[in-house]
Write a protein that binds this ligand. Structure first.
Ligand SMILES: *[C@@H]1O[C@H](CO)[C@@H](O)[C@H](O)[C@H]1NC(C)=O
Ligand SMILES: *[C@@H]1O[C@H](CO)[C@@H](O)[C@H](O)[C@H]1NC(C)=O
Ligand SMILES: *[C@@H]1O[C@H](CO)[C@@H](O)[C@H](O)[C@H]1NC(C)=O
Ligand SMILES: *[C@@H]1O[C@H](CO)[C@@H](O)[C@H](O)[C@H]1NC(C)=O
Length: 497
């Protein structure tokens, strides 16, 4: 598996280089790593996935099938040709599915994996250096019934334990949502479609929604575009409720094959070329209309990847694979837990753009307020004290998270520098040097091992409303999303001349 992955990366780098050489004669060529650069393509590809607390399915919602779905269509001579049917979207465990091994047909978690690959095959668009499938809209329910024994602890199976630590209203709190499609239609010269739903299974799409007094959870993504003009607008809404106080909704660009962030199976997505730090940038327009309350950890950008503590790429062994996340939170109400008196919530050091290392005990220089929270992988053997380790249950394997807040030290990378930048009333188009910043963040590695290749397999934007104490609503629009690979001049020279 590792060897195969490496082969893919080498091959795709070479192909990319060729593609960029033929496409332009400019001295420095930047190519897009996403299938639909800037969301400009009229023929849209968008998919939906819903995850339970440990990024699996657990149990399907009645009559909804497996929680994977898609809408993919081309625009041809004034009409939309859909590639995915209602029947495809309703496929659920027990039903045959191309590519599914007979022994997996009743395995709810593996069924979803295969359904995503199947939907990917329906949506796939041929391209260089590789075909791509869809944008991914990801929804996650943060309830965890610790008596269910469903979620492993840092990848290890563990017995059920006493409830209390995690939100859960009782049996069934980890359920998957109701999903309703608004099939995309062309009206005049505007294409519009979407999906919405609720976690409250005793309700329906029609009687949920954003009514303040209905006490029901709600999510919705509507996409809209004028034919031949500009970008798709992805309009998101998310509402928490007493029963579902912790919900996440993201628009993701995931790798077209291999593991994407937070997942240990082959996935499908939009990233047709590997994003290796430091040579890529992300461009997007974000308009936050409603923030979602003080607990809304709104990620201007969240990226995910996977490598082992010894720096080796992940291979699907959940005991040693570690998911790595880095997130820029733009809600001005989110405090810095990292502080001179909370060193355990800070990474051991910070690296400046000119590569100076500042230890967290250097109280005169360390940028404490630039970090909301750092947590280390629970399976790391050589952690510097004091340390907080990440929640061991919310990923299929151990995880490490570096959460950033707006601060002048990120300015060099085009990131927000002041509290409130990019927040409600401050819609912006960002060009973020994600690759550069991510190459200088601290991530744990075993002493004496060679540094992991930082290849990011998932990039997303959206919010995680992290256990709200009342019903909260977040609303935001994303457009123009692109990931640009910066071809270093030197690599062109060495490869070509
Ligand atoms: C490529 O990106 C770099 C860095 O953002 C920029 O300086 C350069 O002008 C871009 N090149 C082209 C041809 O757009
Ligand atoms: C959700 O989608 C359904 C099906 O398209 C639609 O009838 C309903 O009005 C939508 N709900 C809201 C609150 O927009
Ligand atoms: C919503 O919850 C509030 C407070 O718990 C309650 O007073 C109200 O009747 C509920 N509304 C509905 C429609 O159930
Ligand atoms: C600060 O932390 C570094 C790295 O852990 C350590 O080497 C150094 O001795 C510490 N300095 C002080 C003054 O405690």
């Amino acid at each position: 598996m590792e060897k195969q992955l490496q082969k893919f990366f080498v091959l795709s780098n070479v192909m990319l280089l060729c593609a960029s050489l033929v496409s332009t004669t400019q001295s420095q060529t930047n190519v897009s790593a996403v299938g639909d650069p800037g969301m400009q393509r009229d023929g849209l590809r968008v998919a939906f996935e819903a995850w339970n607390f440990c990024n699996e399915v657990g149990q399907e919602a009645p009559y909804m099938g497996s929680p994977r779905a898609a809408q993919c269509f081309d625009l041809s001579q004034g009409s939309l040709i859909h590639k995915v049917t209602e029947k495809d979207n309703k496929l659920g465990v027990g039903e045959s599915l191309p590519g599914l091994r007979p022994e997996d047909i009743n395995n709810i978690d593996l069924y979803a994996v295969q359904k995503e690959l199947y939907l990917g095959s329906l949506c796939e668009v041929k391209d260089t250096p590789r075909p791509w499938q869809f944008w991914m809209i990801m929804l996650k329910n943060g309830n965890y019934d610790s008596r269910s024994g469903l979620c492993p602890q840092d990848g290890k199976r563990v017995p059920p334990f006493k409830p209390g630590r995690f939100p859960c209203f009782g049996t069934g709190c980890m359920n998957q949502p109701i999903l309703c499609h608004q099939w995309t239609k062309l009206e005049g010269d505007v294409m519009r479609g979407g999906f919405n739903g609720t976690y409250d299974l005793d309700s329906s799409c029609r009687d949920s929604g954003l009514d303040d007094n209905n006490n029901l959870s709600f999510y919705e993504v509507v996409w809209e575009k004028k034919v031949n003009v500009g970008s798709w607008l992805f309009k998101h809404k998310l509402k928490t409720s007493k029963k579902y106080p912790w919900l996440m909704l993201y628009l993701r660009a995931d790798t077209v094959s291999g593991f994407s962030g937070g997942y240990h199976y082959d996935t499908r997505g939009m990233l047709k070329a590997p994003l290796e730090s430091p040579n890529f940038k992300v461009r997007l327009t974000l308009d936050v209309k409603k923030g979602g309350g003080s607990k809304s950890q709104f990620y201007l950008l969240d990226m995910g990847s996977c490598w082992k503590n010894n720096g080796a790429p992940c291979d699907g062994d959940v005991l040693t694979d570690v998911t790595r996340y880095s997130e820029m939170i733009i809600n001005p109400e989110t405090p810095a837990w990292c502080s001179p008196t909370g060193l355990g919530n800070c990474p051991p050091f910070h690296i400046t753009p000119d590569n100076k290392k500042i230890f967290r005990n250097d109280t005169a220089n360390f940028p404490y307020s630039a970090y909301h929270y750092y947590c280390a992988p629970g399976n790391a053997q050589h952690l510097e004290q004091p340390v907080s380790t990440c929640d061991p249950y919310s990923n299929p394997q151990a995880q490490e998270i570096v959460q950033l807040l707006p601060h002048p030290i990120w300015g060099e990378y085009g990131y927000p520098i002041n509290k409130g930048d990019g927040w409600v009333g401050d819609a912006r188009t960002w060009e973020l040097d994600v690759g550069g910043l991510a190459s200088r963040l601290y991530f744990y590695q075993d002493p004496g091992t060679s540094p992991a290749k930082r290849i990011w397999t998932s990039i997303d934007t959206g919010t995680e409303i992290f256990v709200s104490d009342k019903d909260e609503v977040a609303e935001w629009t994303i457009s123009d999303f692109d990931v640009i690979l910066i071809q270093p001049k030197s690599s062109l020279m060495t490869n070509v001349y």
